[in-house]
Structure formats: C-alpha cells, structure tokens
Design a protein around this ligand. Structure first.
Ligand code: FES
Length: 164
C-alpha cells in the first residue's frame, strides 16, 4: 500500500530480499541480480537497484558500473511491445536506417525511447541471427523479415489496432 508510513519502502525491501534470495548474495552475482530486476520491472528502477545492492552487500556503484557497461540493461521503463531494429551489417546494407526512420516517424519517438502511452519501446540492436531475411525487426519474440517502409508501417498499425 502506498502511503507516508514507510510501506512503499517495506515492499521494496521485501522485493529486494526475494531477488537476492533467488539469485545470490555476492559481487559475482551482479549481472544475474540486475537481470532479475529487469525481468520483473522491464528496466532498472533506481530505488530497487539500491535496495538490492544493500541486501546483496554489493556497493551500489558496482551495480551501476555493471549496468552501464552492458547494453542489455535499461534505465527507463519499457513499453508493452519492444521493437528491436537490427543494425547488423546485412540489415544495414538492406536499409535498416530507413526502416528505423519509418518506425520513429510512425511512433513519434527516437530510438531508445518509449511512447507516452507505454505501448511501444524502440531500440537498435546488433545482428539478430537471421541475416538472410534482412532487413529484420523483432517485436516481442516475433521476427518481421525483408521489411520495406510500407510493410513496417502495416506491422505497426496491426499492433496499434490490437490485431497483432
Ligand atoms: S544483420 Fe540483421 S539479422 Fe544479421
């Protein structure tokens, strides 16, 4: 329950304890601890990272050092649908910059951002491992292959209309 008597803090501490119990309590667990926070929350909220650091007895600066080193970690909440635009070599050659520009225009956000309605997050990734299908975009766990500007607009519309 949210109030001024510390219950928010108690909930946070309890969540941090659960995470540390599940993952482990030592500096070598920094990455899995951060992954577990992100799995639960879709990103790394500062208050929870601090509580997990306390519970795991790891300096919070170490956790942030690890979190900022690896691109897998996010510091902002993720939308319901995460759109990953491949910018690997094959996709780049096949026009991933144009696909990314169309997505940015359709959603009204830049790469790395989330739409105000929290429906879409949009990020740039390295090779998704299906280069023969370039240019490729992944939404959630679904791959969209050999995209063109019109195809990607149609895909985004399906998601906006709740038909995907
Ligand atoms: S470069 Fe895009 S899938 Fe490999």
């Amino acid at each position: 329950m949210a109030c001024c008597c510390g219950n928010d803090d108690a909930a946070l501490i309890s969540e941090a304890k659960e995470i540390v119990q599940k993952v482990g309590k030592a500096p070598e667990y920094a990455i899995p601890l951060l992954q577990e926070i992100q799995r639960r929350r879709t990103y790394l909220p500062q208050d929870l990272v601090e509580k997990v650091a306390q519970e795991a007895e790891i300096p919070v600066s170490n956790l942030y050092g690890v979190a900022t080193f690896y691109s897998q970690f996010r510091f902002k909440p993720q939308g319901k649908y995460l759109i990953r635009v491949c910018h690997g070599t094959a996709c780049h050659v096949a026009g991933s910059d144009i696909i990314a520009a169309v997505i940015a225009q359709e959603l009204g956000i830049e790469e790395g951002d989330t739409t105000p309605d929290k429906l879409f997050s949009f990020e740039k990734v390295a090779c998704l491992g299906c280069c023969a299908l370039a240019p490729v975009v992944m939404i959630g766990d679904k791959i969209y292959a050999k995209l063109t500007s019109s195809k990607v607009k149609a895909v985004i519309k399906e998601y906006k209309d709740g038909k995907a």
